[in-house]
Design a protein around this ligand. Structure first.
Ligand SMILES: C=C(O[C@@H]1C=C(C(=O)O)C=C[C@H]1O)C(=O)O
Length: 366
C-alpha cells in the first residue's frame, strides 16, 4: 500500500485504512443479510412451507465468488468466507438442522460444517442408518454420511442404506483427510504400546505405522473421536485421528499428516427429502438392479457412451434379495432434467430389472 508519493504507508495509516474497509464490509454484509431475509419473505409469500435453503443457489453463489475472486486470497479461501456469510444469513430465518455420523469430532462433522457453514446446528448420530432415519422422520433437514475414501474405497453401510431409503442426495462434499498421531498430557511417549483408531484410518496409515510403531497393538474402535477420548485415560496409549478430535479432547500431535497417501480424501453425501433443481454443474447418482444375463454390464454402460455422459463412479454391491445377484451404484455428470441424461435413463431402464434415481445435485464446490 502506498500514498501518492509512492512511500509505503505507516502502520497507523494502514490500520486506519483497515478500519474503514471493515466498516464498509460491516455495512455490506448487513445489507446482504437484509436482502436474504427479504428473499425468505418472498418464498413464504408464494408457499408457507417453502424451504429457505437452496443447495443449487448456494453452489452458484460460491462458484461465482471463485470465478470472480481477484486475489490475493485463493478462490477456495474466499469461497469459505462467503460460505460462512451465507450460513449466517440463512440462520437469520431458521438455522438449518443437520444430522451427521458422530460422535462429535469426526471427519463427518467437519464435512457437515464445511458444507453448511458454522451457523448450522449439527447433531451427532451413532450410526449411518440413524442419520437416514433422522432425516426420514423429519427431525432434521439434512444428513451427512461418508460414501467413499480415495485410499480405502466405498463405505458399504451408506450404499446399503440407500437401497431401503426414499431419501434424495442433495449434495456432495469432499474433504482432504489428514491423520495425526495424538497423545494426551498423561501419555508416556516412549512407552506407547497401544494405538486406537477407526479401521479406515488404520488402513490409511498402515505403512507409517509399520515403519514407526511396528510393535504397538492396534485397537479398532467405532470412530476417531472415540479413539481420541480413550487416550485421555491411558498413559501408554495414543490415537490416530484428525484435527477436530484433537481439538475436542485437547490432545497433542506427536506426528502430523501420517496418512500414506498425501491426496487422501473422503467424499460425503448430503441426504434430504427434496430433489434439487439444476445448478448448471451437476452430478446424478442412480442405483440399478440387473437381470443376471450375459452382457448385462455392456448393456448398462453402452448408453452412457452413446450419449457422451461422463461416468464418475461405478460400484457393485450384492443385492439383498437373491444369492449372487448384484446392484450397481452409478454416478455421472449431468442432471435428470438434461435431455441427454433423460435419454440414458430410458435406455438403462430397458436393461434393468429395477432402477432408482438417488438424486441430481451440484458438484461439490468447496
Ligand atoms: C437468499 C436465498 O436463500 C438462501 C440463502 C442464500 C444466500 O445467502 O445467498 C442462498 C440460498 C438459500 O440457501 C436465495 O434463495 O437466494
Amino acid at each position: 500500500m502506498t500514498d501518492n508519493t509512492d512511500k509505503p504507508l505507516d502502520l497507523a495509516s494502514l490500520r486506519q485504512r483497515i478500519d474503514s474497509i471493515d466498516s464498509e464490509l460491516l455495512r455490506l454484509i448487513s445489507e446482504r443479510a437484509d436482502c436474504a431475509a427479504q428473499v425468505a419473505q418472498v418464498k413464504t409469500a408464494d408457499d408457507p412451507d417453502a424451504v429457505f435453503y437452496r443447495p443449487e443457489r448456494e453452489a452458484q453463489v460460491l462458484r461465482r465468488v471463485m470465478e470472480r475472486n481477484p486475489g490475493p486470497l485463493n478462490g477456495e479461501e474466499m469461497a469459505r468466507l462467503f460460505r460462512e456469510i451465507m450460513s449466517a444469513c440463512l440462520a437469520l430465518e431458521k438455522p438449518i438442522k443437520v444430522a451427521y455420523l458422530g460422535p462429535e469430532g469426526t471427519f463427518t462433522q467437519q464435512a457437515a460444517l464445511k458444507h453448511f457453514g458454522h451457523s448450522a446446528i449439527s447433531l451427532p448420530m451413532a450410526a449411518i442408518d440413524e442419520v437416514f432415519r433422522e432425516v426420514e422422520a423429519g427431525a432434521v433437514n439434512y444428513g451427512v454420511v461418508p460414501v467413499e475414501n480415495s485410499t480405502e474405497g466405498v463405505v458399504n453401510n451408506t450404499l446399503d442404506s440407500f437401497m431401503d431409503s426414499g431419501l434424495h442426495i442433495s449434495g456432495e462434499v469432499v474433504l482432504r483427510i489428514h491423520h495425526h498421531l495424538l497423545v494426551s498430557n498423561i501419555t508416556r511417549q516412549d512407552k506407547i504400546s497401544r494405538i486406537y483408531s477407526h479401521p479406515q484410518s488404520f488402513a490409511q496409515c498402515r505403512k507409517w505405522l509399520d515403519a514407526h510403531y511396528p510393535h504397538a497393538e492396534r485397537v479398532a474402535v467405532s470412530s476417531n473421536a472415540e479413539a481420541a477420548r480413550l487416550v485421555k485415560t491411558e498413559w501408554h496409549s495414543a490415537a490416530i485421528a484428525g484435527d477436530m478430535a484433537a481439538q475436542l479432547y485437547g490432545l497433542d500431535r506427536v506426528a502430523e499428516k501420517i496418512e500414506d497417501r498425501p491426496d487422501n480424501s473422503t467424499r460425503f453425501l448430503i441426504i434430504g427429502n427434496e430433489s434439487v433443481p439444476p445448478s448448471g454443474h451437476d452430478k446424478t447418482s442412480i442405483v440399478v438392479a440387473m437381470r443376471n444375463q450375459p452382457g448385462v454390464l455392456h448393456g448398462l454402460l453402452e448408453p452412457f457412451h452413446r450419449h457422451a455422459i461422463d461416468l464418475t463412479r461405478l460400484e457393485t454391491r450384492p443385492s439383498r434379495n437373491g444369492v449372487w445377484t448384484y446392484v450397481f451404484f452409478i454416478d455421472f455428470k449431468g442432471h435428470v432434467d438434461d435431455p441427454a441424461v433423460a435419454g440414458v435413463l430410458e435406455a438403462v431402464k430397458q436393461h434393468a430389472s429395477d432402477m432408482k434415481v438417488l438424486g441430481s445435485y451440484p458438484v461439490g464446490v468447496l
